[in-house]
Design a protein around this ligand. Structure first.
Ligand code: TNX
Length: 513
């Protein structure tokens, strides 16, 4: 009888194992294919498994860590169907659980660094700051089976190869910019872009809110900006704008992903939409006509009218209230309709307004011509102006159009995009280094890099995805990974591997042959 029971039990176990082995989900090559490549990676050869009762343990009282734990639970709950309860205790009682903690002794990790340790029984992420935990969770996400991106429950065994990762970024500023002025993008579209950027550890979202072709943000004290100025777009497409509530929604959404939103109001040029909305902003007092074409450089606010600075003060004040980030981008590019002398006077006056609202000035490289503060940031895009800034100790954001512009065509055969800075293949966008791009601009002059996506030729989220992906992933790696860890031949393979995840996330990325 005893023998019979034992054989029966063995049979049951055999059945159970067999059934399970069919359903094991594991991302075997996860470590080898991470983007951005971490500072240190060791795969240790064992396997971690989640269980129905797996939990997330947090040791601290930080509300922020609790929020992060919640977002992690949400990511894991959907496809696994497990509850991932959050417990505030340092003791890991339940195997298959995740442990998140802030460790103030790990100072070499910096603001965004983390240690991710996966052993047979548990996963541990530690960081100096909540921000680091968040970045570490993105790495964990990439180590999870692709099915983690599923929207519905899959009855499976969820596993991760064990390993150890120590990681921190090379640059503090790793940005993506979206132009919502030439064509408008809905809150939903912007959120999807932010979602995707966050996976690859982008931490700045610069949003180009105004240009000749449209004004896209509600300013309550100047209502005609949206009543009139928001209606136009390139090619006569419908315009649009964000109410302040909607803009706050974008800012909060990004903030929860540890992405700082940098609003840009492009002045004194690129202002036709404002000059259409209010006649009094023009030197001649005559309102301009709406503009639907692409060529720019013809418009200017009136530099010597007081109302101009009242206008700017109101705009900066209202936007500052709804965007808590420290930075405010004033554009300042291609002000060809403003004399050089006027341009300098203008930028210096705007500098004082920003000071009043406690904002750090960011501007395109042209602002280097004015007397700007050393704490300001200058964004290089195509000329030598940024050198002037670097010489004065001002930090530079590198966005060389030839490499970092996501609106340049991949090659001359594709329909979308522009060609003025040449074509930019996936390889071109990856294979360069910010500290070697310009003579006289060295590593210590650079705060980071950013990939702008201008929208003259793109009109919807699918086109946005096509131009941004996969190039923006390469930009993310340049910003995060150590220079000596980067190599195009090897990156290419890691990128191929990421395509499967992009497919799961329904991203319309460009695939070169
Ligand atoms: C130059 S980059 C511009 C934008 C255009 C872009 C198109 C910069 C500061 N100004 O106004 O949209 O080229 O690639």
């Amino acid at each position: 009888m005893k023998k019979l029971i034992i054989s029966f039990l063995i049979f049951i176990i055999f059945l159970a194992c067999n059934k399970n082995s069919e359903n094991v989900l594991i991302n075997e090559k996860g470590y080898a294919n991470l983007i951005p490549k971490p500072v240190e990676v060791i795969q240790s050869g064992d396997i971690f498994t989640f269980y129905k009762k797996s939990k997330i343990y947090i040791e601290t009282d930080y509300q922020e860590v609790l929020n992060i734990a919640n977002s992690l639970a949400e990511l894991l709950q959907k496809p696994t169907g497990y509850s991932f309860k959050i417990k505030k205790t340092p003791l890991i009682k339940r195997k298959g659980s995740i442990y998140l903690n802030i460790d103030s002794t790990n100072t070499d990790l910096g603001n965004e660094g983390y240690i991710l340790e996966i052993i047979k029984n548990k996963i541990k992420i530690i960081a100096l700051n909540p921000e680091g935990l968040y970045r570490g969770i993105q790495t964990l996400r990439l180590l999870l089976p692709l099915e983690i991106e599923n929207d519905s429950i899959l009855q499976n065994i969820w596993q991760i190869p064990t390993g150890y990762i120590k990681d921190y970024p090379r640059y503090k500023w790793r940005g993506a910019m979206l132009d919502v002025a030439r064509h408008f993008f809905s809150v939903k579209d912007v959120k999807k872009y932010i979602d995707l950027l966050s996976i690859y550890k982008i931490n700045r979202f610069h949003i180009h809110l105004t240009d000749d072709q449209g004004w896209r943000i509600e300013i309550k004290s100047w209502p005609k900006l949206t009543k009139i100025g928001s209606k136009s777009a390139v090619g006569g497409y419908p315009g649009g704008f964000y109410t302040q509530e909607e803009f706050k929604e974008i800012v909060n959404y990004a903030t929860n992903k540890y992405i700082t939103v940098i609003p840009e109001i492009d002045i004194p040029g690129h202002t036709n939409a404002a000059l259409t909305s209010y006649a009094k902003l023009n030197c001649d007092g005559i309102a301009r006509k709406p503009y639907y074409k692409m060529r720019v450089g013809f418009s200017s606010l009136c530099i010597h009218k007081n109302i101009t600075y009242q206008f700017i003060d109101d705009v900066i004040r209202e936007i500052s209230i709804i965007s808590p980030g420290k930075y405010f981008h004033i554009g300042g590019d291609e002000a060809h309709a403003t004399t050089k002398e006027d341009y300098k006077v203008f930028v210096e006056k705007v500098k004082d307004i920003l000071l009043k609202y406690n904002k750090i000035m960011v501007g395109w490289e042209e602002i280097s011509q004015a007397e700007i503060d050393t704490g300001s940031l200058v964004q290089h895009w195509h000329s030598d102006y940024a050198k002037l800034a670097a010489k004065r100790g001002i930090k530079v954001i590198m966005s060389p159009a030839e490499k970092a512009y996501l609106d340049m065509k991949y090659d001359s055969t594709i329909n979308l995009g522009l060609l003025w800075a040449g074509t930019s293949s996936i390889q071109d966008a990856y294979n360069w280094d910010p500290a070697e791009w310009m003579k006289e601009i060295y590593e210590n002059n650079i705060i980071g890099l950013e990939a702008p996506l201008w929208s003259e030729t793109i009109t919807n989220i699918k086109e946005l995805e096509y131009m941004a992906f996969p190039r923006v992933i390469g930009i993310a790696e340049i910003g995060w990974s150590q220079k000596e860890n980067r190599n195009w031949q090897e990156y290419k393979q890691r990128l191929e591997y990421q395509y499967k995840r992009l497919d799961k996330l329904e991203v319309n990325y460009y695939k070169s042959n």
